[in-house]
Design a protein around this ligand. Structure first.
Ligand code: AMP
Length: 548
């Protein structure tokens, strides 16, 4: 018989998201939330204002019939109203379902119906996208408009005005998020194959994720920070950053629809942003903008980059030329989303800058709370030796256990028998725990029996001064099975790169078999709804013969 354990004697204190807001209201009530409005001016209020409006929102939701467990959707830019929904919906016991505003009509219809969204909060500027599908999402009871201009007309049925609803209620509201295991957020993956899949976060998972990313060896926000999440609020809860800011009292700057490089640079300068976060393509544009039109970046201490691999050359450019530190992180919607981060440690201090950038270009070590391992095709665990490459698997308190409404027969596709989530990424891990992504399983190129990493080729191509962006995909080849094809945007049309010089550049680093047989020069590379290179579209274009 096993001896019964001695239970600890600490309080059952639920880790619910409303605790974060209560704490921010008590301690950081005067810290700011700044939103760039449609007309370019800035709206500014405090955490105390946020708190009061979230309480009103709780009453509004209850009055509209929202009950614990109901899914309530948002369809908006990053703005203060969206932040209110981040707290108000979970605070009312419901699930904040952030809809991706860049999805196609068909994907939106599928997701809204699959989630059974009861209400949709929609920014006035995005209403036409929902008008076009309103007759296919009949279960939605009300559309509530944020930022509605006076006299706004819409074809949407059952429309309500957000501000009017808030004005008509009281600031007294008792949180209905009573249990940390309650669902609080829902986000669908970008769905590169098949239908998008829903990930249902709990209060507990999001709370622990917030602690995790606020560790000093992860993002480590402090109250003097001014944080700008450029990553959309619909992309994995803006990487959890809005909750992390409230936990420590950092100011938040929301860029709304002003996402082009020049307005972003203006906002960083004007609002003294100290930390900005987003996908690498954003920072490519920002770097070029800053080189062409320098701004005062003295307050910008860190760029947090994730979502796809940050090229080493861009890390070097920001750190060396612009004196802005880059923190490269890896994660997934399925991981709330942060999994690993590539900060330097004290043992690296004596290294040369070149060596430091090599480390920073890796996806980094797991944040405390997340465990990682790599396995081969038979499921055998591979060593952390920096050489062995296998599928990356993860587990931890903020990692998905199963997808929302997942068919039980398909669970084994995504999860191992011993409880690990199969990420679909291919990686190696160094002996001291720094993980390096080689590719997505489906993007690897198999040529003559050898695996070629599209990510490594892309990173090397964008390091060439004449290349602005690059993508590498596998194309069928009679002799080799597959060969890499490089798709390249010139840095400047006046000094175009040519195939020979790019081949010479790659040949310095890679074996001959890795060198792309063919280059296609384009003016635009398609991106997914969350700003990553869309290889599915590139492969399709190649198949149709339109990639020339
Ligand atoms: P999403 O759920 O849309 O954020 O996509 C997650 C996927 O993005 C991961 O499985 C990776 O393939 C990719 N990804 C995220 N961060 C990185 C990174 N830092 N480097 C390379 N790939 C990344």
């Amino acid at each position: 018989m096993t001896q019964p354990f001695l239970p600890g004697q600490m309080m059952d204190y639920p880790l619910t998201i409303d605790r974060i807001l209560e704490h921010a209201n008590q301690l950081y009530s005067s810290k700011r939330i700044i939103t760039k409005q449609a007309d370019g001016s800035f709206h500014q209020y405090t955490y105390a204002d946020l708190y009061k409006r979230v309480k009103r929102l709780g009453n509004v939701l209850h009055r509209l019939g929202v009950r614990p467990g109901d899914r309530v959707a948002t369809f908006s830019w990053n703005n203060y109203q969206h932040l209110e929904l981040y707290y108000g919906i979970p605070g009312a016991g419901a699930v904040c379902h952030t809809l991706n505003i860049r999805l196609s009509a068909d994907q939106l219809i599928y997701i809204i119906n699959h989630a059974e969204d009861k209400l949709i909060f929609v920014d006035a500027s995005l209403v036409p996208m929902l008008e076009a599908i309103a007759d296919k999402i009949k279960e939605v009871k009300n559309f509530i408009i944020l930022n509605a201009p006076t006299g706004m007309k819409t074809k949407l049925p059952y429309v309500l005005n957000y501000e009017e609803l808030l004005m008509g209620t009281s600031e007294e509201f008792e949180w209905l998020s009573t249990d940390e295991s309650m669902a609080m957020g829902l986000c669908y993956t970008s769905g590169t194959t098949g239908h998008p899949k829903g990930v249902l976060y709990s209060h507990r998972s999001m709370f622990l994720h917030t602690y995790g990313i606020n560790l000093a060896n992860c993002f480590g926000f402090v109250s003097s920070d001014v944080v700008m999440p450029v990553v959309p609020q619909f992309h994995a809860q803006a990487w959890g950053l809005p909750y992390a800011c409230a936990m420590v009292g950092a100011d938040i700057v929301m860029p709304a629809m002003h996402l082009a490089a020049a307005p972003l640079a203006d906002t960083i300068e004007k609002m003294h942003v100290s930390i900005a976060a987003g996908v690498p393509t954003l920072w490519t544009g920002l770097y070029q903008e800053l080189k062409a039109n320098p701004r005062d970046l003295s307050k910008l201490r860190t760029l947090i980059v994730g979502g796809s691999a940050m090229p080493r050359s861009l890390i070097e450019a920001f750190e060396k030329e612009l004196n802005v530190k880059v923190v490269h992180a890896w994660g997934m919607t399925e991981m709330s989303p942060v999994g690993t981060v590539s900060n330097l440690q004290d043992k690296h201090l004596a290294l040369s800058n070149e060596e430091k950038w090599d480390i920073k270009a890796m996806q980094g070590y797991p944040v405390s709370g997340v465990e990682i391992r790599i396995v081969d095709e038979e499921g055998l665990i591979l060593p952390w030796d920096g050489k062995s490459v296998g599928e990356l698997q993860v587990r931890g308190p903020w990692v998905v256990k199963r997808y929302f409404k997942q068919d039980p027969d398909t669970v084994a596709d995504n999860f191992t028998k011993d409880g690990w989530f199969k990420t679909g990424d291919v990686a190696s891990v160094s002996s001291d725990g720094y993980m390096k992504i080689t590719d997505r399983t489906k993007d690897l190129i198999k040529s003559g029996g050898e695996w070629i990493s599209s990510v490594e080729l892309e990173n090397s191509l964008v390091a060439h001064p004449k290349v602005r962006e690059a993508a590498v995909i596998a194309v069928p080849d009679e002799k080799w099975g597959e060969r890499p094809l490089a798709i390249v945007i010139h840095a400047s049309p006046d000094h175009p790169a040519d195939r020979v010089e790019l081949m010479d550049h790659l040949a310095k680093k890679f074996a001959k078999i890795w060198l792309p047989g063919k280059f296609v020069f384009v003016t635009e590379i398609p991106k997914t709804s969350v700003g990553k290179i869309d290889k599915k579209v590139l492969r399709q274009r190649y198949k149709e013969g339109t990639l020339v």
